[in-house]
Design a protein around this ligand. Structure first.
Ligand SMILES: Cc1ncc(COP(=O)(O)O)c(C=O)c1O
Length: 458
């Protein structure tokens, strides 16, 4: 279809779509790793939509839990009631988050951006409660993504998603981020040393705010923007240490990496980092309902409980009973089916290690520069020249075209541009449900290889 006919089709829709220049099939059914459209075409969901689905589509016990909750009590407002389902789920989630969160509490939202907004305000209020009213800035990293609401955009480094809204956004400092494939420091030690230099950059940025920094937010494994880049050894530990020494709250945004996707309950466990505030969404409900969570340590919750006594924040739909019922059922399901273990790429024979092995084979293609990631969150970066790591011209939309060629073959991936500096660079995010089998991986990587070859030669 030409651009103008795509626009004409999109204009006939009553739904304001993400793009007027893309054809969106109508999805009608999901089961396991597959989604079907209204024309009967089947797609293998190799990116869990956008790293959302972790337990597979169409799990009947999740819809049953939601229906049961809806039949019993669809909604109450959190200014008037709590609910048994939210209380129980809160307890189970704190336990899942580990010892560092014992005695803490969970604030449930409708998704990642709302959870990030909540975390930013919680960090600010914590500082006010402990007598640090001058602290309000939340520092973050370049080439990061924390959501689409204005507060979340202000701490995001994703250039394209921010650019036109910048006049509306209050900015704090964004510090550099290690990106080992294109290391600024030309490291030869796996970026162990340069990780420390990036941590020192954070310390300098905090000092420059003259005691105004309330928190620091980061994705443990850089997700959509850089394309599944794990941190170098020692780096996250040093970041957390810098924050602690400077009275700054550590806020781990695990919207994409959490709830098992990286082979641990939360990705920070790989590096023994204990955040003050942990943010989850996406895999939290695996997409069965809009849900996010801000998991706060006892220290943070006590400061408010023993201080002013009220968190000055709220959404009509926070802790929505049906969403919370979905999240609780998803958590029980992923524990019962050992899906965190399936996502562990450090264990031989798991879905995650089979996927990694299989994707590594794509390095044979001249345009594949890097294959990286951890657990079931992997990235494939494309280059025009492997030696110089030169990128394709942004106008070629290489990743987007690979995504289109893959979709034609019944394979869904998550293409992104701007990998290198917000404008140039192309990558795919691969983040399938943890129930994917060896045969499905083999088929999917075969289709992906063909889609890349087709794009490279066209
Ligand atoms: C790390 C991270 N934080 C926050 C968000 C925003 O979440 P949502 O799209 O659910 O608002 C995203 C979304 O991709 C994300 O990847």
């Amino acid at each position: 279809m030409t651009d103008s006919s795509l626009v004409a089709v999109a204009r006939r829709s009553t739904v304001l779509r993400r793009s007027f220049r893309k054809d969106f099939p109508s999805a009608v059914r999901g089961e396991g790793v597959y989604v079907w459209d209204a024309n009967g075409n089947r797609y293998l969901d190799f990116s869990g939509s956008a790293a959302v689905n972790f337990i597979g589509h169409g799990v009947p016990e999740i819809s049953a839990a939601m229906a049961e909750q809806a039949a019993q009590l669809e909604f109450v407002h959190t200014s008037q009631f709590t609910t048994p389902v939210a209380e129980e789920y809160g307890r189970e989630l704190l336990e899942f988050a580990g010892d560092a969160f014992r005695g803490g509490a969970v604030y449930f939202t409708c998704g990642g951006s709302e959870a990030v907004e909540t975390a930013l305000k919680l960090a600010r209020q914590y500082q006010v409660e402990v007598g640090q009213g001058g602290r309000y800035q939340v520092l973050s990293r370049k080439q990061s993504y924390h959501g689409s609401t204005l507060g979340a955009l202000s701490v995001s480094g994703n250039k394209k998603r921010r650019e036109i809204y910048l006049p509306m956004v209050r900015e704090c400092e964004h510090v550099g981020i290690p990106y080992c494939y294109r290391c600024d420091y030309d490291c030869t030690d796996g970026c162990r040393n340069c990780g420390q230099q990036y941590a020192a950059e954070l310390e300098r940025a905090i000092e420059q705010t003259n005691g105004e920094t309330a928190g620091f937010i980061f994705e443990p494994v850089s997700g959509a923007t850089l394309g599944a880049v794990p941190p170098p050894p020692g780096y996250l530990e040093s970041l957390a240490d810098v924050c602690r020494r400077n009275g700054v709250l550590v806020i781990a945004d695990e919207v994409m990496t959490g709830m098992g996707r990286c082979g641990r309950n939360f990705a920070v466990e790989h590096w023994n980092v204990a955040p003050d505030i942990l943010i989850a969404a996406k895999g939290l409900s695996s997409g069965y309902a809009p849900l996010g969570a801000v998991i706060a340590t006892k220290k943070v919750v006590d400061a408010i409980a023993d201080g002013s006594g009220a968190f000055l924040h709220g959404f009509t739909y926070n802790a929505h009973p049906i969403s919370v019922a979905a999240g609780r059922a998803v958590l029980r399901h992923l524990k019962a089916h050992k899906l965190v273990e399936a996502a562990d790429s450090t264990r031989p024979g798991t879905a995650a290690s089979l996927l990694r092995e299989s994707l590594e084979g794509l390095r044979e293609l001249a345009c594949v520069g890097d294959v990286r990631g951890i657990g079931l969150l992997l990235g494939v970066e494309f280059v025009a020249d492997r030696k110089t790591k030169a990128t394709f011209p942004a106008g070629r939309n290489f990743a987007g075209r690979v995504g289109g060629a893959a979709a034609k073959r019944g394979l869904l991936v998550y293409p992104m541009q701007g990998t290198v500096d917000g404008v140039s660079g192309d990558h795919l995010l691969i983040a399938p449900p943890a129930v994917i089998t060896a045969e499905q991986i083999e088929w999917a990587v075969g289709q992906l290889r063909e889609a890349i070859e087709e794009t490279a030669t066209s």
